[in-house]
Design a protein around this ligand. Sequence first.
Ligand code: SF4
Length: 246
Amino acid sequence: MNGWLSELFVSLQGEGSYSGQRQLFVRLSGCNMRCRYCDTPDSLEKTQRCRVDFPGGESKFLDNPVSVETLAAVVARFIAEDPSIAMLAVTGGEPMMQADFLEAWLKASPPERPCLLETNATIARGLDRLLPSFSVVSADVKLPSNSGEASFWKQHEEFLSGCAGVELYVKMPVDAVTSREDVVRGAELVARCAPGATLYLQPLADPGSSEAAQPAAFMEELLAEASARVADTRVSVQMHKVMGLR
Ligand code: SF4
């Protein structure tokens, strides 16, 4: 079984419940969405090669598609070179577009670290087969008022409902053009389909940038609306951008 990869590298996790943790990012290519604010545009389409930056300093490219055996060997080398890697972040693009490949890889060669699935939470096909291989799910709820995309409420509902019993947190990107109604609807969806999950309102503007800044008062209003529905709601900036990391 082969899959399409974009890049592998080690960095600090910048979002969600494991922010600040050293992780190996396994970024798959291909995405079913085109969010206005996407910060990984190179991963939206399948590319000929995947860039690999080993922690020991060597960089190389793998030809796509990559076999599960090759990926397993590369991941094992990352962990051997950098035992401080605490977790694998399987991300994209949208990794659920390659659920069969992920299942084949993770079942045949479980990494020596727990795995975090970072997903836009719009594709539930294969989720039941994949979840046993993941310790944590990071699910986005995309709001049509700021994504530039259609609404995905039904898809989010199906995905979040399918994560029952799994450690899950939800990220909701927000900015100055985000509608209050979207935040309310998204928080209600999280409360109904993922009770107990932490909800992170994630400001979209780059920290330090004056462009498209989120007025603090507006963020507090959105936080109040979301918190009224999901008790554990927090505003959380993208830490890797604050630190200037990849
Ligand atoms: S779902 Fe993620 S990777 Fe896909 S376009 Fe949106 S932000 Fe980019």
